[in-house]
Design a protein around this ligand. Structure first.
Ligand SMILES: Cc1cc2nc3c(=O)[nH]c(=O)nc-3n(C[C@H](O)[C@H](O)[C@H](O)COP(=O)(O)O)c2cc1C
Length: 172
C-alpha cells in the first residue's frame, strides 16, 4: 500500500485539528503510512506523485479557501484516490449546511474538473474567543440567531476518516 497525504490550510487551528484526527484514524485503525502537510506561504507544495491517497482540507474565510490549499487543486492527481474537506462556520449549523457544502466545496472543486474526489465533506469550525465579537460573526448571527462560534463536531470528522480508511484499503 502506497503512502497517504493529509494536507490542510488553517488560520486558527480547527482545520489542523480535523486533519490530525483523520491522520490518526488512518494510521491507527487502517495501518496506513500518513504524511501531514500544512500549507503555508513560501513553502513548497508536497509532491502528489509520492502518494496513493491524497486528502486536501481548507479553512473558509469570507467565502474563500486558503490560497495555497486551492492552488494545490491544480496539480496532477491522475490515478490517486482524492478526498476533500473544508472547515467553515456555516457548515456546522444544520440550517446552513447545504449552502455551505454547495458554495465552499462543490462549486470550488467543480472549477478543477480533472479532480474526481472519492468523497467530499464539510465540517463546522470555531471562531476563537479572542476574535469575538468579529463583524463576520455578528453578521452570521443576524442570519441565524442560534449561530454558534464553536460548532465543531469531531465525531463527524472521525466517522469520515473511518469511511475513507475503508475506501483507501479496498479496490475500486
Ligand atoms: C473573519 C472571519 C471570516 C469568516 N468567514 C467565514 C465564511 O465566509 N463562511 C463560513 O462558513 N465561515 C467563516 N468563518 C468561520 C471560519 O470558517 C471558522 O472559524 C473556521 O473554523 C476557521 O478555520 P481554522 O480554525 O482552521 O482557521 C469566518 C471566521 C472569521 C473570523
Amino acid at each position: 500500500m502506497g503512502k497517504t497525504l493529509v494536507s490542510y490550510q488553517t488560520l486558527y487551528g480547527s482545520t489542523k485539528e480535523a486533519a490530525s484526527l483523520i491522520s490518526e484514524v488512518l494510521e491507527n485503525d487502517y495501518n496506513l503510512e500518513v504524511d501531514l502537510h500544512r500549507f503555508e506561504e513560501k513553502k513548497e507544495h508536497p509532491d502528489p506523485s509520492k502518494y496513493e491517497n491524497i486528502i486536501i482540507g481548507s479553512c473558509i474565510f469570507h467565502g474563500k479557501w486558503g490560497n495555497n490549499a486551492e492552488t494545490f487543486l491544480k496539480e496532477d492527481f491522475q490515478g490517486k484516490k482524492i478526498a476533500i474537506f473544508i472547515c467553515a462556520g456555516f457548515a456546522g449549523e444544520k440550517k446552513l449546511y447545504k449552502q455551505a457544502y454547495k458554495t465552499f466545496l462543490k462549486e470550488v472543486v467543480d472549477k478543477y474538473p480533472h479532480i474526481k474526489p472519492i468523497s467530499m465533506k464539510a465540517f463546522g469550525g470555531r471562531v476563537p474567543k479572542s476574535k469575538l465579537p468579529h463583524i463576520w460573526f455578528l453578521r452570521a448571527s443576524k442570519k441565524l440567531p442560534s449561530f454558534r462560534s464553536d460548532n465543531r463536531n469531531l465525531e463527524d470528522v472521525k466517522n469520515w476518516a473511518v469511511e475513507l480508511g475503508k475506501k483507501f484499503t479496498t479496490n475500486g
